[in-house]
Design a protein around this ligand. Structure first.
Ligand code: FAD
Length: 452
């Protein structure tokens, strides 16, 4: 049987673009990709990239204050938000065009439409076109979710934060995950008065407790008012903005309320359930280790499968799928020991087991040191850095590494190579320090601070 396409990818984000490119350019497949919004997906258009540029923008006031402390005669004026936003939009346009070109150069046919699945070998576009296809890859990602409560329509999500016409004076961030915490820091750095409400006991659930505590303490010291154990009961529109009535009985007014309490997989209306594609409890597409769904011709990668919702993971899953199905190189995406960074101020870089998780797994030694780094100490700041290793007492393997401090994201990327290779504590110790750096502490911690 001949098909219009060997592969039809639905979704032009991190996972979909990679899979389409590899299947076409390296696998020799006839590939089409449908994208209903902007090419590049969440990461490029409304996630990692614009967020990181906002992180950079928000770091300048502190750098300026440090520069003064170092003797420079500089003064930070207010941020010209429209100027920054204009540059940000231009950069996203540039990246979107680059993604498009990459696909075109790889021989992929692009359809700028929403696509749905009609049957295991057929897709339909919003303009009515239908194609027969040998394989379908669902790479539709996820979207922010605001729970329903009185006034919930007054809240915005991370999708809208990049498009604000003016910078608010007062913002409420609801949520305790990495996206909520990062935006709390970004807005705080940009000069916005920020409160963060989180239902749980401490922000950044899932990360090492000591690291979370250090980030939260520093965020509070930087001026963010963090209220844990606090949720929103209702939002009402008032003359001065939005009034948030919290479960702890407090009422406060804000110009912007940003909800970042979770994201849902994008499966609604795709037509999958009717075909027997298994959907999980959180709405995610259930796949096996080859990213294959319960319908053999349909695969899914990225956030829509809710495995590890990060760009590099979606890319790896997309690549592994293309290698397996179109290059004759069976490859499973590796979800073990995936490092990640939280771009709060201070940053948090993390790989492997937290102290708490490791303690449950067997005897462990904890090596940790917290200190004031040279650069900010000289500038008179009290910021602290945390370097922490979680070590298996039996095998001596480093099971986890957690770093809080400037450029922790950059540092953890490098430490991750050693941890992924199975380095032992003694391998770290044998490595001569690079001096003077913050990360040298990772190879100079001699005695465990705790054992379990
Ligand atoms: P997406 O990139 O979401 O792409 C899915 C695409 O499918 C979208 O473009 C969508 O328009 C399209 N689509 C959906 N349905 C259809 C349809 N029916 N027809 C056609 N097209 C459709 N990850 C990191 O690794 N580091 C970070 O620092 C980071 N920061 C983030 C910050 C924010 C604010 C957010 C929201 C996310 C962040 N992420 C980060 C997560 C990262 O963006 C996602 O994990 C990644 O984009 C997932 O890629 P994907 O291919 O699964 O889906």
């Amino acid at each position: 049987m001949t098909f219009d396409y060997d592969l039809f990818v639905i979704g032009g984000g991190s996972g979909g673009v990679r899979a389409a490119r590899i299947a076409s350019a390296e696998g020799g497949a006839k590939v089409a990709l449908a994208e209903e919004s902007r090419m590049g997906g969440t990461c490029v258009i409304r996630g990692c990239v614009p967020k990181k540029l906002m992180v950079f923008a928000s770091e300048y006031p502190e750098m300026m204050a440090d520069a003064q402390a170092y003797g420079w005669d500089v003064q930070a004026g207010p941020l010209d938000w429209p100027k920054f936003r204009g540059k940000l939009e231009a950069e996203l346009d540039r990246l979107e065009a680059a993604y498009r070109n990459t696909l075109k150069n790889a021989g992929v046919t692009i359809f700028d439409h929403r696509a749905v699945v009609v049957d295991p070998h057929r897709v339909r576009l919003a303009d009515g076109q239908e194609f027969s296809v040998k394989h379908i890859l669902i790479a539709t990602g996820g979207r922010p979710f605001v729970p329903e409560f009185p006034g919930s329509d007054l809240a915005i999500t991370s999708n809208e934060i990049f498009h604000l016409q003016t910078l608010p004076k007062r913002a409420l961030i609801v949520g305790g995950g990495y996206i909520a915490s990062e935006f709390a820091c970004i807005l705080n750095g940009l000069g916005v008065e920020v409160k963060q409400y989180y239902r749980g006991a401490q922000i950044l659930r899932g990360f090492d407790d000591e690291a979370r505590g250090q980030v939260a303490n520093q965020m509070a010291a930087n001026g963010i008012s963090i209220h844990c154990g606090t949720a929103i009961e209702r939002l009402t529109k008032v003359a001065g903005g939005i009034c948030a009535i919290a479960t702890d009985g407090t009422e406060a007014e804000f110009d912007v309320v940003l909800y970042a309490t979770g994201r849902n997989p994008n499966v609604a209306g795709l037509g999958l359930e009717a075909l027997g594609v298994k959907i999980g409890r959180k709405g995610e597409i259930v796949v096996d280790e080859w990213s294959q769904t319960s319908v053999p011709s349909i695969y899914a990668v990225g956030d829509v499968t809710d495995r590890i919702n990060l760009t590099p993971v979606a890319i790896r899953e997309g690549h592994a799928f293309a290698d397996t199905v179109f290059r004759g190189v069976p490859t499973k995406a590796d979800h073990e020991l995936v490092a990640s960074a939280v771009f709060t101020q201070p940053e948090l870089g993390s790989i492997g087991l937290s102290e708490e998780a490791a303690r449950d797994a067997g005897p462990v030694e904890i090596y940790a040191t917290s200190f004031r780094p040279m650069r900010s100490l000289f500038a008179g700041r009290q910021d602290k850095v945390l370097m922490k290793l979680v070590v298996c007492a039996d095998t001596r393997r480093v099971l986890g590494c957690h770093i809080v401090g400037p450029n922790a994201g950059e540092m953890i990327q490098l430490a991750a190579i050693a941890v992924k290779m199975g380095a032992t504590k003694e391998d770290f110790d044998r490595t001569v320090a690079v001096h003077p750096t913050m990360s040298e502490e990772l190879v100079t911690m001699r005695k465990p601070v705790r054992t379990f």
